[in-house]
Design a protein around this ligand. Sequence first.
Ligand SMILES: Nc1ncnc2c1ncn2[C@@H]1O[C@H](COP(=O)(O)OP(=O)(O)OP(=O)(O)O)[C@@H](O)[C@H]1O
Length: 585
Amino acid sequence: MNLPLIDVVPRLRRMVSQPEAINPALLIAMATGLVEGLALAALLPAISSLAADEAAWGMGVWGWVVVFAVLALASYGLNYWQSQRTYAVALDFLYSIHRIVGDQVAKQPLGWFARPVAGRLSRMVSTELMQAGEIFAHMIGPLVARISAAIVIVVAAWCWNPLLGLVLTVAAPVFVVITLVSTGFMRKGRAIHEPEEVILADRIVEFSQCQGALRSCGRSEDFTPLADALEATRAAKHRAMWLETAGMLLSGMVTQAVIVALITVAGSLAVSGSLEPIPALAFIGLALRFTSTLSAITESAMALESRRPLLDALDEVITAQPLPEPAQDAELTAPGTVELRDVTFAYAPGADPVLRDVSVTVPAGSMIALVGPSGSGKTTIAKLVSRFYDVDAGVVSVGGVPVTQQRTEQLMGQLSMVFQDVYLFDDTLAANIAIGRDGASATEVLAAAELAGVNEIAQRLPQGWDTPVGEGGRALSGGERQRVAIARALLKQAPIVLLDEATSALDVENEAHIVAAVETLRERSTVMIIAHRLDTIAKADRIVSLDSDGGVEAVGTHDELRAAGGTYARFWDRLHSAQGWQLTN
Ligand SMILES: Nc1ncnc2c1ncn2[C@@H]1O[C@H](COP(=O)(O)OP(=O)(O)OP(=O)(O)O)[C@@H](O)[C@H]1O
């Protein structure tokens, strides 16, 4: 079982730019609690000396009243100081954590973004980081202060009357244990319903994004996965409710039981004559304050506990290890080439490999077409060349050097990638092309845009080249987005181009532009293309045909592979007959 605070503070230290400011803030919180506890404890001798009309602990009633007043004032002042210091740490956290997360994200290989925690990033940086900031601003300082105050009250009670001290001493660990037990209940409860809530949130997003498809099937109001997720969440919440309310009930009941026990003890001492009635009343007041302090400790601990899943997710992001890479650029021995040698790769440890013993050689300046059934691993090959992931066996080389021996900048400098899911920045059309090469002139940007057919898109848009394309490029069609990505690749003039020919996004006009752009690209660069169109496949210098088991079935020219029969010949015949279909009168 994790104790709140004990593991939270060291984890938070890694998330601020000035961890050295945390200890002073905690010390001030501790001092606040100590002074607050002393102020409360001063009430005991003050009231005793008032009741007995004689000095208690060496001072008369007015002396103790002055001590109480000074301590109470000091405690207010310290409380203010402590809030300021913990707020400063919270602000530092909010400022630093965005930078730390941003730096971490920039270091991760592109494959990292397929992980669930990466999908949570936008929620994390928008709302969840504010909630994490509250840990410093509202939880840690008060928790430390309350714990210190409780300790002082117990010590003072011992000094004043050992029996009463004993009662408080017994009450405190009971409280701590019950707090841990009830936070444990709550954690178990959350573990039941939180995963279902995450699934439900995904389903709701899916439901809104798939409205077109659902309405066309007449199922916009009857989406079974969403209904199932709602039901699963309801059932999980129901199951968890018992655990969570049991946790709360338990701590509430223990608070009440401790209060009753303390009042009973003080009352019995007063009745038996071992305690004056007025000091007994003072003790009851102190005991009530003690239990409210313990309740505050419980609440802060539970609030901290409720932030734990968020801290876990943050931890996963900030401790994610980038793929190892050298400090210096390597010397490229065969610029413009790509080679996969005996590559085996699975997306998860122990999972079935997606690629098995794959060897592909792409000479500089050539165009290689990757073909094969859906799911045979064509996109995976392109991703391994871009080092989205490291292979399990074999070697992937770019420019004659294994990708593992190159810095990310060096590898990316050699590649242009045009994948199916083209993402455009929420900026103008022109800026989205210009990002292809730093310092490219306006003429170069326009030339690349013209080759890829983007100028026609610009003519149609209300503000021409200055039209914002919206988040992700949603103001453009899929084919248009791909044209913009190809213009970027043309502008970058990288020695190697990886291109996924997205047939689904292409109408006749888009297709014509992309075919023309690919012709230009192959004149300048090595092209590895995931090809779906007959023309592209037939024009490739060599074709790599993958089988459905993740192996290379055959490599050769179009004529060689057709003559060999096999999967490629059957694939070609099917594609040919499909593309030969026509609508006639
Ligand atoms: N991020 C991922 N995590 C786990 N499995 C994945 C991931 N990406 C792809 N796969 C799996 O790897 C296999 C190969 O996928 P890949 O996208 O490389 O195939 P493909 O040949 O490009 O398919 P298509 O022609 O349909 O685009 C598929 O079974 C796919 O489900």
